[in-house]
Design a binder for this molecule. Structure first.
Ligand code: GDP
Length: 447
């Protein structure tokens, strides 16, 4: 790995605080640390130091920690200066460190170096950013699991199985006279099937990981007066929720963000889905539809008096979006709260007014948010990972079809090679500069 320059950045958030941390990484760190401390620092030891300007004036007094390579976050020599959390002091310190041979770091540059030095793979580096940005307890836990390698290990295991299979198939191609027999071997088909099953399981978990990291996006739809806002308020109030306005809400779509048992829900109360000749209402419907297409779940709110008529609204929902039908206002006819599965829909009978049956809805939302059964070991993931896994699945399917139909080893091997590549993109075994740039530039400076 080529010698890099030395980078520095304030690692704590902007603004005043009790403590502010300046992080420095690169080859100039040992000399820089000696300059600042007046002697050689002990590795991984908190030294109380006076941080001085070039003319000897004390800028601040704080802690100096030195992490020699390779046992550091970036894998390079790293220095941490813990000073008072004053933006002015931290800026002076940053200038001082730059005068001593560092330069200001770009966004995500520390994590990028950690990746390039093999300290973290790409999915783990992304988990660092996701942990920092986590909007709920569940998201934070899931991101930490990914950071500790829960997701990467699964990808690695699949990658090894895929490599073994590819070696098998390519070996067969090298012996053309035996190729047909070899590729007809049921063991190969079985191996490929096992791989596809493991991949399908991982894909489902990665999709859940995206929902855990991003929170669940729920679009609430239904006739005016069905009780959509009441339901939203009841959910929020029952959880003593942190309800925040989301910027950019339109008159037609009201959005609220709610923490529900440690998960983050974005609830969008959309305009009705009625057919209308009115231009304003048509625009409202267009937005409602766009909202639905982005949603993880559609919550169709109806009431006992209109449930059958509102069934028509179900047909108007985009077919791929998961849905839950809420029959509201059960207090009016004294019915009990309950849950029923009808075809692909879950139906819930409840009352937003009395709160009866709200617990059923909360359970349902948690299940959709990825906190259902088996969530204890859930890891976070990104859409980028899900898209890569979907490409892997497509290549494996093509490989299976090719082997079954034509026994064309070359073609199957090529599909396996592409599957391997797509899988390797998740952990960064195969990457492009564009991809790395896109990933790390979305980090904050100092990460
Ligand atoms: P939206 O137009 O779908 O948002 O409906 P609202 O939440 O504004 O509710 C319409 C009316 O129904 C209001 O008068 C609510 O108080 C009432 N309402 C909502 N939920 C219930 C419920 O569970 N039981 C009863 N009895 N009334 C309800």
């Amino acid at each position: 790995m080529s010698a890099r320059d030395t980078i520095a950045a304030v690692a704590t958030p902007p603004g005043a605080g009790g403590v502010g941390v300046l992080r420095v990484s690169g080859p100039a760190v040992p000399a820089l640390a000696r300059d600042l401390l007046g002697r050689t620092p002990q590795p991984r030891h908190a030294h109380l130091a006076a941080f001085r300007d070039a003319d000897g004036a004390v800028l601040d007094r704080g802690l100096l920690l030195y992490f020699p390579a390779p046992r550091s976050y970036t894998g390079e020599h790293v220095l941490e200066l813990h000073a008072h959390g004053s933006p002015v002091v931290l800026d002076l310190l940053l200038r001082r460190v730059c005068a001593l041979g560092a330069r200001p770091a770009r966004a995500g540059e520390f994590s990028e170096r950690a990746f390039l030095n093999g300290k973290l793979d790409l999915a783990q580096a992304e988990a660092v950013a996701d942990l920092i940005a986590a909007g709920s307890e569940a998201a934070a836990r899931a991101a930490l699991r990914s950071l500790e390698g829960a997701f990467s290990t699964r990808v690695q295991t699949l990658l090894e199985a895929l490599t073994r299979l590819r070696v098998h198939v390519e070996a067969a191609i090298d012996f053309p006279e035996e190729e047909i027999d070899f590729l007809a071997d049921p063991a190969i088909a079985a191996q490929l099937e096992a791989l596809r099953a493991d991949l399908a399981a991982l894909l489902a978990e990665a999709r859940r990981g995206v929902r855990l990291a991003d929170g669940l996006h729920v679009a609430i739809v239904g006739r005016p007066n069905a009780g959509k806002s009441s339901l939203l308020n009841a959910l929020a109030a029952s959880e003593r929720a942190i309800v925040t306005d989301v910027p950019g809400t339109t008159r037609d779509v009201l959005r609220e963000r709610v923490q529900l048992d440690g998960i983050e829900l974005t609830l969008a109360d959309t305009a009705g889905l009625r057919d209308s000749g009115d231009a304003v209402e048509r625009e409202g419907m267009r937005r409602a539809r766009a909202e639905l297409e982005r949603a993880d779940l559609a919550l169709l709110v109806s009431d006992a008096a209109h449930a059958e008529a509102d069934l028509a609204l179900l047909a108007a929902l985009p077919p791929e979006v998961a849905r839950v039908v809420v029959v509201n206002k059960i207090d009016l006819d004294g019915a009990a709260s309950r849950r029923e599965t009808r075809g692909r829909e879950v139906w819930l009978w409840l009352s937003a007014l009395t709160g009866a049956g709200l617990d059923l809805l909360r359970e349902e939302l948690k299940r959709h948010a990825g906190l259902g059964e088996g969530a204890a070991g859930a890891f976070s993931a990104r859409t980028r990972h899900v898209l890569a896994l979907e490409r892997v699945a497509a290549h494996l399917e093509a490989a299976a079809l090719t082997l079954a139909a034509t026994r064309a080893g070359e073609l199957a091997a090529e599909e396996l090679r592409q599957a391997q590549r797509a899988l390797g993109e998740i952990t960064g075994e195969f990457t492009s500069d564009d991809l790395l740039g896109a990933i790390f530039s979305s980090f904050c400076i100092g990460k």
